[in-house]
Structures are given as structure tokens and as C-alpha cells.
Write a protein that binds this ligand. Structure first.
Ligand code: ADP
Length: 461
């Protein structure tokens, strides 16, 4: 649009200049030269045949030109192959080199009309007309300054300025128009960027009020969201069904292993060892299925997490009891800097126990055998903080956010022999903590250890 505008402006400027020079100045000069030309012609007509043959000497021409009245600044001269023959006012106004240049330019140009120095205030227009009598006689050259040149230049400048202003206004107008045109696109983009698997039900974009051009694309997008919703639903259903269906036989298997281990006193050592491994694996599988089930319930908004006051000290003791039982080789040290008993938090006691178990389990899993794990509580006016600290491998800084995503493991962190990992534990901790209105975070240094912090709101504030 701006390029088109510039092109049109240039074309108009060109046309204007063409009209001003060739047509206006050309025709004015043609009319003005007629009077000196007629005078010279009349004088020639008055000569006798003999005089005409001998014509015309410098003096004759000077004589002819004597009767011509010229306004200020204008000049006329006769120039032939013999050079500059005679002039009126010309020599007084311009030096002879310049006059010769005028004559040459005018006689050589196509319509015998030339503009000299046309962009300056000294602009001069020159018109040349052939005189009868052959090349010797030459041409009558009429010279006049163009007084209107400065006005014309001022007008051109004004026009240029107005064009620049117009162009700038067009740019502003274009920017405003683009902002207006792109606004619906931006809002659609922002909505699309927020679409995730767990909010597909609110991802559909209503077509009402959207520009017509955008509607077919939005219709396709909405269809795609619906297909995704069905597929996500099927996937969740599948995970939920599988976890549920696997748990019952697994509980039975676990039960039988336990009863054999408890009752068969004279069991061969190797068999006992095998049964213990099977029991451990069944426990791990059970845990994984329970995690999957929790996640799938959370995805379907079916997970029941309480948000009520509870004594979190009791939950800490319960978590320590369970983990001490599961990891008898490790020392788990509890310390409480809050010095308040009971210490009331808002949330769900079972969920907090599960989160702490998970963090302590990880602390054991990613540290040296028999290392010490610390569970430390402190609080401020608004929140209670549960810090689980280990002296293990630590987590690279760039992985510290990633590990809270499902099925993600930190690169460079290795498992101890015999342990296994699903990449689900921390995503469940995050989901449970957020469901209770709390949060989870980690500070870690490779080779030094990690400290995971759970935060819950106090209930007594
Ligand atoms: P899992 O331990 O089953 O792999 P998690 O979700 O609990 O799954 O943990 C995700 C990843 O975070 C782990 O695979 C491990 O790489 C890293 N991680 C978690 N806790 C610790 C820890 N205490 N020390 C070092 N790395 C850890």
C-alpha cells in the first residue's frame, strides 16, 4: 500500500513537472518570442532586393533589434554559424560563454526549447526560432528568467512534505488496521496455547463473533479437540480399568506369598529368598498401579482430596513409621522447629503421608546405602514447611522442574542396584500437594544432596 502510494506520488510529480516545463513554459515562451520575431521579419521585408542579398551584417541585426522592447531580465539575440551575431540586453545580463551555451542548448533540443538550471533560483528558459536566410542568418534566441521557479520549488517541497505526512499517516493507519485485524487471531492463539490434555473440555472455541475468514479453521480446530477428547477419555479409561483389574489378582498373589513366608518354617533358604524377591516386586507393582489409579482419578476429577484442618505432626510420625519399616537400613531423623503441638495444617492427612513416603523413598533410593535422611518441619505465620533432605547424588539444576512431570527422570542420576523407577512418584506428589492448596519444590546440588520441600497452609492463621 505504501509502495503503491509512493509510486503514484512519483508519477504525479513527473506529470506535473512535464506539464509545467514542456506545456506551460513552452507555450508562454512561444507566444513571447513572436513579437521580437515579427519585428525582425518586418525589418527584413523593408529591405530592397540588393540589400536583402547583402544582409545581414552585425550592424543590421543590431539595428533590427534596436526597436524591440524587452521587459527586465529578458534578452534576445541572433546567433548563426558565424557565432553570436547580435544581442539585445543579452551581453549585459550574461557572459558570452553562457550565451553560447543557451543558444546551443535551445537549437539542439527537440522542440528548440531548453530549461537551464531549472532547479535553482537562476532558472532560465531559452527558445530558439529559425530565421529566414539560411544557416548564416541563424536563429533568433529568446532568453528569459523563470521567476515562478522558486514558487514552483516551494510548491514541490510542500507537496513532498504533505506526501511524507500522508505516508506516515498511512503507516499508522496500517498499524492500527493490522492490530484490529490480528486481534481475533491473537486471542485464538492464546486460547490454543493454553490447551492441555486435562482441559480439553473447555478448549472448544465458540464461533460466534469470530471473523468469517477464521470460522472454517476454528471449526476444524473444534473437531480436532473433540476427537482428542474422545481419545484422551479412552486412554484414561484404559489406564483406570487396567490398574483396577490388575490390583485384585496382585493382592491375591501378594497374600499367598505372605502366608507361605509366614507359615512355612522349614522353607529352603533359596526358596525363601525367591519368595522375598517376588513379594518385593509384587509390592512395587501394587504401588505403581496405585499411582496410576490416582493419576487417572485426578485426570477424571474423581480423586477425593480433603482440604480440612489436620494435625500434620501425626502424619509425619506415620510417614516415618512406614518408611522406617520399609527401609530398615537407613536412619530417618525427625526434627520439629515449630514447637507447636498439635501443628494444624489445611489438607488431607493421608495425602501428606503419601507425599512424605514418596520423598523419603526417593531420598533412600538416590543416596548411598545406609545413609541418613532428615525430615524437618518449620513454619511461619501462614505456612508449614516439610523438608526431606538427603546426602545423595543430587539433581542437575536444569532437571529440577522436569522431574515433577509424569514419566520424567533426571539425566545423570542413577538407581542403586535392585531398585526400580517409574517416573511417576513426584508427579503424584505435585498433584496431591496442589489438590490440598499447597506446593512442592526442590533445592539440590549434584554430589551434595537434595532437599525437597512440601508446603501447606496453616489452619490456625
Ligand atoms: P522415580 O523415582 O520412580 O523415577 P519420581 O517421579 O519419584 O520417579 O522421580 C523422578 C526422577 O527424579 C527420578 O527418576 C530421579 O532421577 C529424580 N529424583 C527424585 N528424587 C531424587 C533424589 N532425592 N535425589 C536424586 N534424584 C532424585
Amino acid at each position: 500500500m505504501i509502495v503503491a502510494q509512493s509510486g503514484i506520488s512519483l508519477a504525479i510529480s513527473g506529470a506535473l513537472w512535464e506539464n509545467f516545463t514542456s506545456r506551460f513554459l513552452g507555450s508562454v515562451l512561444s507566444r513571447q518570442i513572436l513579437s521580437p520575431l515579427n519585428l525582425v521579419d518586418n525589418k527584413l521585408d523593408l529591405l530592397s532586393a540588393q540589400e536583402a542579398m547583402e544582409c545581414c551584417t552585425k550592424d543590421d541585426y543590431r539595428n533590427f533589434l534596436a526597436g524591440i522592447h524587452l521587459a527586465d531580465g529578458k534578452a534576445v539575440m541572433i546567433s548563426g554559424s558565424a557565432g553570436l551575431v547580435a544581442g539585445k540586453g543579452a551581453q549585459a545580463l550574461y557572459d558570452s560563454a553562457r550565451l553560447r551555451e543557451f543558444a546551443r542548448l535551445a537549437t539542439e533540443s527537440q522542440n528548440r526549447f531548453a530549461l537551464v538550471d531549472f532547479r535553482s533560483d537562476d532558472a532560465v528558459a531559452v527558445k530558439s526560432v529559425n530565421l529566414s536566410g539560411g544557416s548564416e542568418t541563424g536563429s533568433l534566441i529568446y532568453i528569459r528568467p523563470i521567476y515562478s521557479m522558486s514558487l514552483f520549488n516551494a510548491l514541490s517541497r510542500a507537496r513532498l512534505i504533505s506526501e511524507i505526512v500522508l505516508m506516515l499517516s498511512l503507516v499508522v493507519l496500517l498499524a492500527v488496521a493490522l492490530t484490529y485485524i490480528l486481534r481475533p487471531l491473537r486471542s485464538v492463539r492464546s486460547r490454543i496455547s493454553k490447551v492441555q490434555l486435562n482441559n480439553l473440555d473447555t478448549a472448544l472455541i465458540p464461533l460466534d463473533g469470530q471473523p468469517l475468514e477464521l470460522q472454517p479453521i476454528l471449526m476444524e480446530f473444534n473437531r480436532m479437540v473433540s476427537r482428542l477428547e474422545i481419545s484422551a477419555q479412552n486412554q484414561k479409561q484404559f489406564a483406570s480399568t487396567i490398574s483396577h483389574e490388575f490390583r485384585t489378582p496382585l493382592t491375591v498373589i501378594s497374600g499367598f506369598i505372605q502366608s507361605v513366608l509366614n507359615r512355612a518354617d522349614n522353607l529352603d533358604v533359596n526358596y525363601r529368598e525367591s519368595l522375598l524377591i517376588a513379594d518385593k516386586e509384587a509390592f512395587r507393582l501394587n504401588r505403581m498401579l496405585s499411582d496410576l489409579l490416582d493419576l487417572s482419578r485426578a485426570d477424571n476429577n474423581q480423586l477425593k482430596v480433603l482440604r480440612e484442618p489436620f494435625d500434620c505432626l501425626l502424619s509425619c510420625h506415620e510417614a516415618i513409621r512406614l518408611t522406617q519399616f520399609a527401609f530398615p537400613d537407613n536412619r530417618i531423623i525427625f526434627s520439629d522447629a515449630s514447637h507447636v503441638d498439635p501443628l494444624m495444617a489445611i489438607g488431607d492427612s493421608d495425602c501428606l503421608v503419601k507425599c512424605l513416603e514418596n520423598l523419603i523413598g526417593n531420598a533412600v533410593k538416590y543416596s548411598e546405602k545406609s545413609s541418613t535422611i532428615n525430615l524437618h518441619i518449620n513454619g511461619d505465620d501462614r505456612c508449614i514447611y516439610f523438608n526431606v533432605q538427603d546426602h545423595g547424588q543430587g539433581i542437575p539444576l536444569d532437571q529440577c522442574d522436569l522431574i515433577f512431570e509424569r514419566f520424567q527422570r533426571a539425566e545423570g542420576v542413577s538407581l542403586r542396584r535392585g531398585d526400580s523407577s517409574s517416573g511417576l512418584g513426584l508427579s503424584i506428589v505435585k498433584m496431591l500437594m496442589e489438590s490440598m492448596g499447597g506446593s512442592v519444590g526442590v533445592q539440590s546440588e549434584v554430589g551434595v544432596g537434595s532437599c525437597f520441600t512440601l508446603t501447606l497452609q496453616r489452619s490456625d492463621v
